[in-house]
Design a protein around this ligand. Structure first.
Ligand code: ATP
Ligand code: MG
Length: 600
């Protein structure tokens, strides 16, 4: 019916386990019928003398005389069989439990890891148009959904369908007329469930979307709590949250309510079969076309036969609901990752940008026909007004994104053919927005180089001028900094990220300076840290304070995504173009603030 392997995204091993689980379910379902067969047989044995007496000429003897004729040895035999079948059922069920649950959890751990690994390898372009709460939901809720589907639903469903088909065929062979009566209502009730699938899918999707909206709102509310408080938005923001919560409730009620109606209705229709069996049986029996024993067997069976079907019926809508999750998960797992060769050796770190064009998500180009040569072992500064594309250009060089047109060569090799992680061995990146983890200072620096010794970490921290402030923290290098380093100042965060890069010791350094204004002492410290970092390396620095880059080997000036000037600081000042103008404005501002301070 469904391609389960692809649907749940199972590994080969997981699929094998899944098939084992289905077999276990079938065996345990069939075992469930065993005690029942024994009971029917016992009743028949008990009734045999009664029926014989009724059929005998001369009428009915006394009850005691009739029951004296019961075949006791046979009854004892059935009792024994009953015990054996109960034991069998116990073992079969235990087996089913193990096969379905244990393997489901093992597999879902695998799936989670795989999804995490896949997400890690996705290009940044993927994350840009996704909000994080949706991804979190993908990682957590959808994985849980698949886990649940694997442990509770799919094997039971598949096993149930197989068992019911087998029982159905057996009964039809036994007496097809009664079997027909028993299952006459099945097509209609099944049709009702399947027919409502579209509606359920739509409602299910809406319910999931409502849940996503809520988790997004909660996340935004918590993350933005500072802004919310500062600007007195508490009322407004909590109203939005309240609205999305109420919407989720409405969707949940609609979804559950409507699904429930269909399930209950189809169950009712299904159980009309009991009446049909009694009617058909009586009709056939009185016409002399059916024995008492098959009649009794079917009556007894009709009480039992529907329960596995009902389980299937209640599970089908749940299954459809999970399809929403699994589909989204499939989509995520099929997102193409950035690929390229992992085997590479670069010795020359000249960077060549050739006619680059780039746009974020098919919007207008933010990098327009940029060609630039970045010499090995020198400092190249990217400058320009805010929004001119400096950070974007540096991200292209690190292959966080691929350009729409043009190529980037490192040592003559096009980076479009290099695995991003392999390329990253050669680069270290100090971001404009430093990301720190909720971990110790030591581990935050160690991110630069896996397995670096404590001494290496301390040395890097000293070079980056952060040793002093770290040692003043309550537990020194073992102090845990809050989420994203919220307990540190902007300058301290930046120096920690420089320490990371120093530890990494990569031949190419990309430096996106923080725009946040720093106090003079911090600025001097950062400048010192940076000058350690750029020694003997190919450096691309994005600088906002232009006087700090006057001495760079090369300055490239961007404006609106275009490269408008390039040359040394002196050349550009002499040319009296954009750079010279920006430089003058900054100098005047500096003079102005200095003047104001002096007069204050
Ligand atoms: N992730 C993104 N998605 C869509 N557009 C973006 C993204 N990042 C930047 N942009 C847009 O691209 C343009 C260039 O941005 P970029 O961050 O490269 O500028 P910048 O020169 O680094 O500016 P600043 O000096 O303020 O850091 C801007 O118009 C910006 O709005
Ligand atoms: Mg920037």
């Amino acid at each position: 019916m469904f391609d389960v392997k692809n649907l749940l995204g199972l590994s080969d091993e997981g699929y094998k386990n899944y098939k084992r689980a289905v077999r276990a379910v079938v065996v345990s379902n069939l075992c469930m019928f065993l005690p029942f067969v024994v009971i029917v047989q016992s009743i028949i044995t008990l009734l045999a003398p009664l029926m014989a007496a009724a059929a005998a000429p001369g009428g009915v003897a006394s009850a005691a005389a009739v029951f004296a004729g019961v075949d006791r040895t046979r009854l004892m035999y059935y009792l024994g069989l009953g015990l054996v079948s109960a034991a069998l059922y116990f073992f079969a069920y235990r087996n089913e439990y193990r096969k379905t649950y244990t393997t489901a959890y093992a597999e879902s751990e695998k799936i989670r890891l795989e999804v995490a690994e896949h997400i890690r390898r996705l290009p940044l372009s993927f994350f840009n148009n996704k909000d994080l709460s949706e991804l979190t939901t993908n990682m957590m809720a959808d994985c849980t959904a698949v886990e649940h589907a694997m442990s509770h639903i799919v094997p039971t469903l598949a096993g149930g369908i197989i068992t019911d088909t087998v029982v159905c065929v057996l009964l039809a062979v036994y007496d097809w007329r009664m079997a027909l009566a028993l299952f006459a209502s099945l097509p209609l009730s099944l049709g009702l469930i399947l027919g409502s699938r579209k509606l359920q899918a739509v409602l299910g999707e809406r319910h999931v979307q409502a849940k996503l909206a809520v988790s997004g709102q909660v996340q935004e509310y918590l993350e933005g709590i500072k802004v919310v408080k500062a600007f007195g938005l508490a009322g407004e923001k909590s109203k939005a949250l309240e609205h999305s919560l109420r919407n989720m409730m409405k969707e949940a009620i609609k979804f559950e309510g409507l699904t429930g109606i269909f399930v209950v209705l189809s169950m009712m229709i299904l159980q009309v079969g009991i009446g049909l069996v009694v009617l058909t049986g009586v009709f056939l029996l009185t016409g002399g076309n059916l024995g008492v024993i098959p009649f009794l067997t079917f009556i007894l069976i009709s009480a039992k036969i529907y329960s596995p079907l009902i389980v299937i019926f209640t599970m089908l809508p749940e299954f459809f609901y999970f399809l929403v999750s699994t589909k989204r998960m499939q989509k995520l797992r099929l997102e193409p990752v950035m690929e390229g060769t992992k085997e590479l050796k670069i010795n020359d770190f000249t960077i060549e940008l050739k006619n680059l064009n780039f746009a974020y998500h098919g919007k207008d180009d933010v990098i327009k026909s940029v060609s630039l040569s970045i010499p090995q072992g020198g400092v190249t500064a990217l400058v320009g007004p805010s929004g001119s594309g400096k950070s974007t250009l540096s991200r292209l060089i690190a292959r966080f994104w691929d350009p729409r047109e043009g190529e980037i060569l490192v040592g003559g090799k096009n980076i479009a053919g290099i695995d991003p992680e392999a390329l990253m061995q050669y680069m270290s990146f100090v971001f404009q927005d430093v990301v720190l983890f909720n971990d110790t200072v030591k581990n935050n620096i160690r991110i630069g180089k896996e397995g670096a010794s404590d001494e290496e970490v301390f040395a890097a921290a000293k070079m980056a001028r952060c040793d002093e402030f770290i040692r003043e923290m309550p537990e020194g290098y073992d102090t845990v900094i809050g989420e994203n380093g919220s307990t540190l100042s902007g300058g301290e965060r930046q120096r920690i990220s420089i320490a990371r890069s120093l530890l990494k010791n990569a031949p190419i350094v990309l430096l996106d300076e923080a725009t946040a204004s720093l106090d003079p002492e911090n600025e001097t410290l950062i400048q010192e840290a940076i000058s350690e970092l750029v020694k003997n390396r190919t450096v691309i620095v994005i600088a906002h304070r232009l006087r700090t880059v006057l001495g760079a080997d090369k300055i490239a000036v961007l404006e609106n995504g275009r490269l408008v000037e390039e040359g040394s600081g002196q050349e550009l000042l002499a040319a009296n173009g954009l750079f010279a103008r920006l430089y003058r404005i900054q100098q005047e501002n500096l003079g102005w603030t200095a003047g104001r301070k002096a007069s204050a």
